[in-house]
Ligand binder design. Structure first.
Ligand SMILES: Nc1nc2c(ncn2[C@@H]2O[C@H](COP(=O)(O)OP(=O)(O)O)[C@@H](O)[C@H]2O)c(=O)[nH]1
Ligand SMILES: Nc1ncnc2c1ncn2[C@@H]1O[C@H](COP(=O)(O)OP(=O)(O)O)[C@@H](O)[C@H]1O
Length: 206
């Protein structure tokens, strides 16, 4: 299949608590053209989370077997748990010409960049560090040590911002969603036949 006919691989990353999950959900409520890649994790499910919907919940042994068999596009250990993206789902969905959306932490995003340089890398940034702290505390899903680990990780995560194609500030959920949507549309235009048609037209007499 022609590479141009494959879907886009979109990677949304950023520090814990910045609002990745919230912006992703807002995006998927409105946008039916994107396919969300459900990750594998060894983290225990939070109340209300469902296996196969929020994550595929795995034991450490199961996860390590997936790594050994090369079944993950990327994986990372984050705050004491493994997280990873299933390779088959991503490849099969892109082959069908559908866009795949990953919501992953920064180490994994950097691995995807090595393996898949033509992905579209978006960094979701907090309006301020104080606001990031407020959001992590406000969510109330983590215990004290987990909050501390996430805040420490956030410093290193923010330093990687410059490696991304786009920085989207999550000051307001709808505004952030609209920025992501605009990027998806722009990336499609850039890569589509429409762009080459215009290029041809501009090369000929105007
Ligand atoms: N590398 C990688 N990170 C992931 C994956 N799935 C989720 N994450 C990230 O792992 C981190 C922890 O996720 P989670 O425990 O659900 O907590 P939360 O995102 O802080 O609510 C977040 O930054 C997620 O974006 C994945 O497949 N690969
Ligand atoms: N733009 C925003 N303004 C205010 N609060 C937000 C915004 N985006 C997300 N939040 C809140 O911040 C907390 C962390 O969001 P979440 O999506 O769980 O982050 P992440 O997936 O990046 O860890 C949640 O309580 C969420 O409701």
């Amino acid at each position: 299949m022609n590479l141009k006919e494959r879907g886009l691989l979109l990677i949304l990353s950023g520090p814990s608590g910045v609002g990745k999950g919230t912006v992703r959900k807002a995006l998927f409520e409105k946008n039916t053209n994107l396919s969300y890649s459900i990750s594998m994790t060894t983290r225990v499910p939070r109340p209300g989370e469902k296996d196969g919907v929020d994550y595929f919940f795995k034991s450490r042994e199961e996860f390590e077997a997936l790594i050994a068999k090369g079944r993950l596009l990327e994986w990372a250990e984050y705050a004491g748990n493994y997280y990873g993206t299933p390779l088959d789902y991503v490849e099969e969905t892109l082959e069908k010409g559908k866009d795949v959306f990953l919501e992953i932490e920064v180490k994994g995003a950097m691995q995807v960049k090595q393996a898949f340089a033509h992905g579209v890398f978006l960094f979701l940034a907090p309006p301020s560090l104080a606001e990031l702290r407020t959001r992590i505390l406000g969510r109330g899903t983590e215990d004290e040590s987990s909050i501390q680990r996430r805040l420490e990780a956030a410093r290193e995560e923010i330093e990687l911002m410059n490696h991304y194609d786009y920085v989207v500030v999550n000051d307001d959920i709808d505004a952030a969603r609209e920025r992501v949507e605009a990027i998806v549309v722009a990336e499609h235009c850039k890569r589509s036949r429409v762009a080459s048609v215009y290029k041809k037209a501009l090369e000929s007499d105007f």
